[in-house]
Write a protein that binds this ligand. Structure first.
Ligand SMILES: C[S@@+](CC[C@H](N)C(=O)[O-])C[C@H]1O[C@@H](n2cnc3c(N)ncnc32)[C@H](O)[C@@H]1O
Length: 277
């Protein structure tokens, strides 16, 4: 029987499920679409796979069975309204971070030409999303690690990439007291937490935030307060075990209107606050 994409996808999805991959069918469809050169929605009407397409698909399936992240295989990750370039050396942006972006954009609505800083920028996911929605904004993206900053620069158009430690008072010191919004998804997983193989493909420096997960967030909160203009706001993503402590850190640093936000499945996900006027 001649192979069809439908059959190859079903077989690959079974292999993925066996390998412990949650979104088995989804991933099989993405890989098939990549090889067929069509969008996922057009797989049913794509040309049937010839021998070369079958070989290429089998090679991609083998990489995914070995738990290489789908986004590394495809070379991109969807975030907000864009596909961001990603690969080894950079954290793969996660959909839950879009909630932080959505909240920040609603706070920025009506504010003309805002100055926005993305600390711990990685792929530039947050900065790029703001740049997409707010072409009038002046955007800075700070990333400490060169290997990741290469991807920040690749993805962020219309913003300034700064390769530096976001917690260092010297970083962007020229902006102190002038920034309207500081947004951050820093490394926050407590060391020793077990992670899925795909998360292990992210750089450790992107995922883990010291023994209690707060090693970067603690000094970052102080830095954010100094950067902000009076009345400016921040949003900081955090581990789901930090739903109380991060708002407490913001309160202790003198932020007002401090709020805790949950993700779509109800897990504590990010905290926000405003610098007093
Ligand atoms: C969890 S990833 C988030 C990346 C991106 N903001 C996102 O939401 O997908 C954290 C990023 O912070 C960077 N990073 C870690 N410590 C840093 C520091 N002290 N200063 C600046 N960047 C840092 C890591 O290299 C990594 O790219």
């Amino acid at each position: 029987m001649a192979a069809t994409w439908a059959r190859l996808i079903t077989e690959a999805a079974a292999e993925f499920a066996e390998a412990g991959i949650d979104a088995a069918r989804n991933d099989a469809e993405w890989l098939a679409a990549e090889v067929a050169g069509v969008s996922r929605g057009r797989l049913l009407v794509a040309d049937p796979p010839d021998a070369s397409a079958r070989d290429r698909f089998a090679a991609l399936v083998a990489r995914r069975v070995a738990r290489e992240p789908l986004q590394h295989i495809l070379g991109s990750a969807p975030f907000w309204r864009r596909d961001l370039a990603v690969g080894p050396g950079v954290f793969i942006p996660r959909p839950e971070t879009e909630l932080l972006v959505e909240w920040a954009l609603s706070e920025l609505a009506g504010q003309e030409r805002p100055v926005v800083v993305d600390l711990c920028a990685g792929s530039g996911a947050i900065a790029s999303a703001v740049a997409t929605e707010r072409p009038d904004a002046t955007i800075y993206a700070v990333e400490r690690h060169e290997a990741a900053a290469m991807w920040t620069s690749r993805n962020l158009t219309g913003g300034t990439v700064v390769v530096a430690d976001a917690t260092d008072p010297a970083t962007l010191a020229e902006l102190d007291g002038t920034v309207d919004a500081v947004l951050s998804n820093p490394p926050y997983v407590p060391l020793g937490t077990g992670v899925e193989p795909e998360v292990a493909a992210d750089p450790e420096t992107a995922v883990f935030g010291g023994a209690d997960g707060l090693a970067v967030i603690r000094p970052l909160v102080q830095r954010i307060r100094t950067l902000l203009t009076p009345g400016g706001f921040t949003a900081v993503e955090h581990d789901d075990t930090h739903g109380e402590v991060v708002p407490e850190l913001l309160n202790a640093a003198g932020f007002v209107e401090v709020a805790a936000h949950r993700d779509l499945v109800g897990r504590p996900r990010f905290a926000t606050g405003r610098k007093p006027i």
